[in-house]
Design a protein. Structure first.
Length: 478
């Protein structure tokens, strides 16, 4: 039995060594890892550079002026209707409800991702060279890591959210953090395991494995850093500009109130009434076009609040110098370029850990299948987030990703240049935002106007907005 086990181990190790050699010849890497992303450089965010130009900063001022008009219109209408100023933020209080439980859930998630992946890798790396059955040891620890990813980070936070009926914003906090921490844990393991395997491959090396195990401080820094690609060291700035941090956090707060007024003035009045009408083509077309303005504003606010302000605030507090969280996606003449530049943080993770790893495993064949895999994974995760946070399954975003997104990715490819293609890209983007806001808002109200007492599985999958037609229910809260 022992001879058989040794023979099995040697064959598996030879197979893994050949894979490492093939991956190294596939693309040169700065560190001994399979398809490792390049090291970061010091980069500034695009908007930080553009806002130094007075002409561009004026556009920012125009959005502030629009917010002031939203506030004034709301106050004036409330004063006319109520005879007094109404400063009511019940909607914000509702969407961020159960916040103490949100904080407790996040702390548990963070502590688990701090302890489990680091401990598993430390244990595996420390004993891999000493074990006579390295492959079985790797399979055991790898299975435990996958079990933790699926159960500890995957199922349990979702169960807490669904069991306690978290409102939308509170739910988004937990689910987005769940996805972020899962991606970070994967990157940490993915970047460090090949280093240990490469050392084990070098039979003549007597170097200890301990230098290859990252310090806990490096891992903690990575968990907070605005990146999904693990590195032992990142480019750092010499000082922290606390005034800059405060300004970015205030801008995030301003965007939150901006979104509140967009929904109060442009979305809720429209969808309260339209959700009680029968589903017909004319109403749907009007709904989509009426939803373009709030949809575009929500898109800009989400981009500015998260990808620019929030990530820059954390980068400044951590002295993280690589601020290339996005590129000039607004100049894109193709959807392929838009997908690469809209969210560089997520794009890099998908490119290196999904697309490139798929090419490595398929020996650089099936590039189209690799691209399809990236689109499918992105679409599934986006739809999962919306389904859990909204409390219903309505795969609008999935269909837009997999149908129109894939189609535009090949039609509006990188060879398309010129202003007309930028106009086409913006037109398609605006229409897509209108469809998303219209259909999800209709379904949100239909779920509340027409609840099912004991729905079957098929009834849960069928959109309620297709059949809901009731009189106004004043007890239904927006």
């Amino acid at each position: 039995k022992s001879d058989l086990m040794r023979q099995f181990d040697s064959q598996v190790l030879e197979f893994m060594d050949s894979l490492i050699e093939e991956s190294a010849s596939l693309e040169p890497a700065p560190v001994p890892a399979v398809f490792s992303p390049p090291l970061s450089d010091k980069e500034r965010s695009k908007l930080s550079e553009l806002f130094e130009v007075n002409h561009i900063r004026t556009i920012y001022h125009m959005f502030i002026a629009l917010l002031i008009l939203f506030i004034l219109s709301t106050l004036v209408v409330d004063f006319i209707d109520e005879g007094r100023l109404v400063l009511d933020f019940d909607l914000l209080v509702y969407v961020f409800g159960q916040f103490p439980l949100v904080v407790i859930t996040w702390i548990c998630m963070f502590l688990s991702v701090l302890v489990v992946p680091y401990s598993l890798f430390h244990t595996w790396a420390s004993h891999y060279h000493e074990s006579s059955h390295g492959t079985l040891w790797s399979l055991l620890l790898g299975s435990l890591f996958l079990l933790y990813q699926g159960l500890g980070l995957g199922f349990l936070p979702t169960f807490v959210v669904v069991k306690n009926s978290f409102p939308p914003a509170s739910c988004f906090i937990i689910i987005l953090e769940q996805v972020r921490l899962m991606m970070k844990a994967h990157s940490y393991i993915r970047e460090n395991v090949p280093k240990v395997l490469a050392l084990a491959k070098d039979k003549s090396s007597s170097s200890p494995v301990s230098p290859l195990i990252p310090q806990l401080s490096h891992y903690i820094y990575f968990l907070f850093a605005p990146t999904l690609i693990y590195r032992d060291k990142y480019p750092r700035n010499p000082i922290i500009r606390w005034s800059y941090v405060a300004s970015k956090l205030l801008q995030v707060l301003g965007c939150l109130f901006y979104a509140y007024y967009v929904f109060v003035r442009l979305c809720i009045p429209q969808f309260r009434s339209i959700s009680q009408q029968l589903f017909d083509l004319r109403a749907m077309v009007l709904c989509v076009f009426n939803s373009i303005l709030p949809g575009v504003l929500v898109l800009f606010l989400a981009f500015f609040a998260f990808l620019h302000c929030w990530l820059n605030a954390f980068a400044e507090m951590l002295r993280f110098a690589d601020r290339m969280f996005y590129k000039d996606w607004w100049n894109s003449t193709s959807f392929a370029n838009y997908y690469r530049t809209w969210n560089v943080v997520v794009h890099d993770w998908l490119y290196y850990y999904v697309y490139c790893d798929f090419l490595w495993m398929s020996k650089k064949r099936f590039r189209a299948a690799g691209m399809l895999l990236v689109f499918t994974m992105s679409a599934v995760v986006h739809e999962y987030i919306l389904a859990i946070c909204f409390g219903f399954f309505y795969p609008v975003l999935f269909c837009l990703f997999m149908c129109f997104g894939m189609m535009f990715n090949f039609i509006l490819h990188d060879r398309r240049k010129g202003p007309i293609w930028n106009v086409i890209m913006w037109t398609a983007l605006f229409l897509g935002q209108g469809v998303i806001i219209c259909l999800y808002s209709q379904e949100w109200y239909a779920q509340r106007y027409c609840p099912l007492q004991e729905p079957s599985f098929l009834e849960l999958l069928k959109p309620r907005s297709w059949s809901c037609h009731l009189q106004t229910n004043p007890a239904v809260d927006s």
